[in-house]
Design a protein around this ligand. Structure first.
Ligand SMILES: NC(=O)c1ccc[n+]([C@@H]2O[C@H](COP(=O)([O-])OP(=O)(O)OC[C@H]3O[C@@H](n4cnc5c(N)ncnc54)[C@H](O)[C@@H]3O)[C@@H](O)[C@H]2O)c1
Length: 431
């Protein structure tokens, strides 16, 4: 870290002055693991942006990232040296979750704009610390739950806001998997060894543990570095739900989690069910299992009184439909004449509608398929647009904090066997 006092950069031109499109934006990448290599490919496509610096705790990934950057990215042996380099404008942070808060705050204090992968935090309180750092430094922070930058989710939001679904009182969403890779048992590169893997850099502030390649490459399986399914997968769902419904946080969260199958490889659940109740007037049902993938991965349904929206990664289906009124079985128990009168009245009403050519038939389903740039590319475009224009990012610290906080409340509910309530006042007091 540079020795500049915290906040010194707020006064600098870069905190608020829009940049010319001719200016190159220089980027340093903090970690170039699996996700960051996708980001790297995406950033290469953004005009006027150049990746100049990378760092990572495993040599093999550095080599691959240099190759992918066509030799342009320079290797820094410590992420702080990237923050100290005044020629670098923005950084991406795609380390394991336990590192995010520290690196985001250090980057902001060093005057960098930051793109941090989801989940923004490892605990609820970290979100408020980061929000304070954003405010203090005036720098930009965008969180990397890319789905909400997709055309599909924008279209979904438009449909919900138009009122076509009627009143939405429930959302059901799930991620289901049934494979070792789905359960995060990623292959360990054969050249991984104490010579190529920097164990201490990986650990950071996490509890001390002896060198362990499974922990290093499959960190999602361990509570020391990750919140498991809730922070890895549900966080995407919560970001989307908040975006679609203009919602902030659930008032109440109740969840149950179990480790049924992959017991030798982890200490986080492989099955998780959560109920989130929102003060905006709807309930969310999230579920995930790593022991069956019947629903082919992700399913996401927004249930309204006038119809249903099924949201996929790049497609959408609107299924109109109020339930058909059918009182046949009830009126069958009435006196015979009253039953007959009831049916006659319905028939007369239908005949009147037909005569007026007002046949209220249920409309066909409508489908939408996304064809443009994928969500990650759009999300990166949005970030670099903000870096140039100094306009707020599309997924700011509050969006990131709240989506991650949902995941932490879910884990709190499971781990402490209780229903958890969100303290809205506490959040406001910190602003
Ligand atoms: N947005 C998405 O769809 C998406 C998809 C996958 C992962 N992610 C997120 O991206 C982040 C990284 O996940 P991943 O799958 O790439 O994990 P990964 O294990 O493949 O990569 C993490 C990298 O961080 C490096 N690292 C660890 N500590 C470091 C340090 N102190 N300094 C520099 N490098 C360090 C490791 O060497 C490793 O290469 C996570 O937060 C994850 O949730 C997001």
């Amino acid at each position: 870290m540079s020795g500049a006092p915290a906040g010194a950069y707020v006064l600098g031109a870069s905190a608020s002055t829009p940049r010319s499109f001719n200016d190159k934006v220089t980027v340093g990448m903090i970690a170039v693991g699996a996700r960051a290599q996708e980001l790297l490919e995406g950033i290469k496509m953004v005009e006027g942006v150049e990746i100049v610096a990378i760092c990572d705790a495993y040599k093999g990934r550095l080599e691959r990232a240099v190759e992918r950057s066509e030799g342009r990215a320079k290797i820094y042996d410590n992420y702080r040296k990237i923050f100290d380099d005044d020629t670098i404008d923005a950084v991406t942070i795609a380390t394991p979750d336990h590192w995010h808060k520290q690196q985001v705050i250090e980057a902001l204090e060093a005057g960098k704009d930051v793109y941090c992968e989801k989940p923004l935090t490892y605990t609820v309180s970290e979100g408020l610390e980061i929000a304070e750092a954003v405010k203090r430094t005036g720098k930009l922070l965008q969180i990397g739950s890319q789905g909400m930058s997709s055309d599909t989710q924008h279209k979904a939001r438009e449909i919900i806001r138009s009122g076509r679904l009627g009143r939405v009182t429930m959302i059901r969403a799930s991620y289901n998997r049934n494979s070792s890779s789905g359960a995060w048992l990623y292959p360990i590169p054969p050249d991984a060894s104490p010579e190529t893997v920097d164990w201490e850099s990986f650990l950071g502030s996490a509890p001390k543990h002896h060198y362990d390649l499974e922990r290093f490459f499959r960190w999602r399986c361990y509570r020391d570095y990750s919140g498991g399914i809730a922070t890895d997968l549900f966080v995407h769902l919560c970001t989307t739900i908040h975006f679609l419904m203009d919602a902030k946080m659930p008032a109440t969260v109740a969840a149950r989690g179990n480790l049924y199958r992959w017991k030798e490889s982890r200490d986080v659940p492989d099955t998780l069910n959560a109920i989130l109740e929102y003060p905006e007037g709807f309930t969310v049902n999230l579920s995930s299992t790593f022991n069956n993938d019947y629903t082919r991965g992700q399913s996401f349904q927004v249930l309204g009184t006038e119809g249903t929206l099924e949201i996929g990664f790049r497609d959408l289906k609107f299924i109109p439909g109020k339930g058909r009124v059918n009182n046949r079985w009830i009126v069958k128990s009435w006196p015979r004449q009253l039953e007959q009168d009831y049916h006659d009245k319905i028939k007369a009403h239908a005949a009147a509608l037909a005569a007026a050519n007002d046949v209220r038939r249920v409309k066909e389903s409508e489908e939408y398929k996304e064809t443009g740039r994928n969500a990650t590319l759009q999300h990166l475009d949005h970030f670099f647009d903000s870096v140039r224009s100094r306009k707020p990012t599309v997924q700011d610290v509050w969006a990131g904090h709240r989506a991650a906080a949902c995941a932490h409340l879910i884990n709190d509910s499971v781990e402490n066997d209780r229903i958890v309530h969100w303290d809205f006042d506490k959040e406001l007091q910190r602003l």
